[in-house]
Design a protein around this ligand. Sequence first.
Ligand code: ZN
Length: 486
Amino acid sequence: MLRYDRIMQLEFFGAAGEVTGSCHIVRTGGRQLLLDCGMVQGGADAPARNRRAFPFEPSAIDAVVLSHAHIDHCGRLPLLVSRGFRGPIYTNPACADLLPILLRDAANLALRDAERANRDLEARAERVTPLFDLEDVEAVVRQLRVVAYDTALELLPGITVRVREAGHILGSSSIEMWIQEPATRREQENSRKLVFSGDLGQYDTPILHDPFAFESAGLGLVESTYGDRRHRDRENTVRELGAILAQAARDGGNVIVPAFAIGRSQELLYLLAQHYGEWHLERWKIFLDSPMAIAASRVYWKHPERFDAEASRLRASFRGMPPLPNLVLSESPDDSRAINEIRAGAIIIAGSGMANGGRVLHHLKHNLERSECHVIIVGFQAPGTLGRQLVDRQPQVRIHGRQLRLAAQIHTLGGLSAHGDQEQLLRWYDNFKDRPPVYLVHGELPASEALAVKLRERGASATVARPGLQIDLSSLAVLARDSPTP
Ligand SMILES: [Zn+2]
C-alpha cells in the first residue's frame, strides 16, 4: 500500500475542469483525507464515470470532510463505504440532517436506473447492479461525525479543521484546514493553511447568512461555477418572478419550476410567502411536489440558528413551513399524479432541479407543448440535462421516450442561483488580506478561466485545477499570525 509519510500534498480528482464530482485529497504524515466525495452529474458518460474505481484505495482514506449535502459533493460516499472506507465522515449539524434524505433518494434513483437498464437489456446476460443501495447509505450515516460551525478541531494527527458558513444551502460550509508538516508535527507554526470554499452562495440570499469572510490562507480552493457570469441582481430577479407569475395568470396555464429539493425549493416558498399579497398568489394553488423537498423543508425550519436576521424575524410567523395557505404538500405518487389533471392555476415546484429525472418530468410532459404554460428555471443546468435543453430552447425535447414540441414559455432566473456570480466570487476572495494563490475548481473550463483572469488582474496567482494535479503544500507560505485558535 502506498504511504505518504513524508509528503504534504493536495491532489485534485473531481470537479476539476468541470462542475460536478467534487473530490480533493489532502495527504500529510501518512494520513489521507478527502474533501467531499461527489457524484458526476450530467453527460452521457456520467453513470460509467461514477462506477469507475477511485484513484486511491478507499480503505486507505483516514477521514472525509464534507462541505455540504448536494449530491455532486456527497453522492459517491455510499460507494466509498461499500468499497472499503471505514473512517469518520465529518460535517456540520445541518448537513448531517440533510445528508440521509439526499443519499436515500439517490439510492432509490440508482435502484430504478438499474431496473430500467435491466428491462432494456432483458436479452443480454449481463445484469446491471445499482451503483449503491440503502444499506450503503445507512453505513454512511453511521460513519457521520458532527462538527460544530466555527470551532477548530484536530480531525487527524496533523490536520485541524474549522467549518464556516458558505451561504449556499442550509448546512453548506467552507472548510478551513491547517495542515502540519510531517517532520515538525505538533509545531503549530509550521502548518500551512488551506481554505476550500465549498459551494459559495450569493450575498443577501434569502434565509441564510452571507458566506464567511476569510482573512488569510496559504492556498485557496475556490469554486467557479459562475466564474464567467453576472447574475441579475436579486431585486430585479424577484420583480421578474412576480411579472412571470402575473403573465402566467393572464395566459391561463400552469407554472412549472424544476427545483432542487434542497435550497431552491425553500427559497422559493420563502419568496412566495414574502410577496403573497403583492403578487395575488391567492389565485394559485401552490404544489411542493417532492417528498424530498418536503423533508428538506422540515430540516430547514429545524435549524433556525443558521437563519439570517430577516429570516429570523419572519420565522415568528412560520409554523414549520412558510405561511402559504394554498400550499399543498404532495407526498405520495397518487398526490403527484392528481396534479397532472390540472390545466390551469397551479404553480408546481418539483424535482429534479435539472429535470433529468423525478416527478417534474411528468409535469413537463403535460405542459411543455402548451403555449399558455410557463417553466421557470432557477438553478444551474449541467450540459446534457433536459433542463439545459430547455434553457437553450431546443425546439424538440424527449421525455420518457416521447418527442415533445416545445411551446411553453421558458424563463431563466439567474438571480435565484445558489451560487455566487463572478462579482460575488471576487468579493469573497477580496476578504483575504494576504492574496493567497488560488486553484479554481467546480466550474466548466470557460467559467474557471474567466475567473482566473479576473483574479490575476488583482495580483493573485490563479490556476484552473485539473484531475491528477498534485500540489506540494510544503512550498506554501507559512502564515505566522494565523492559528486555529479563535
Ligand atoms: Zn452545492
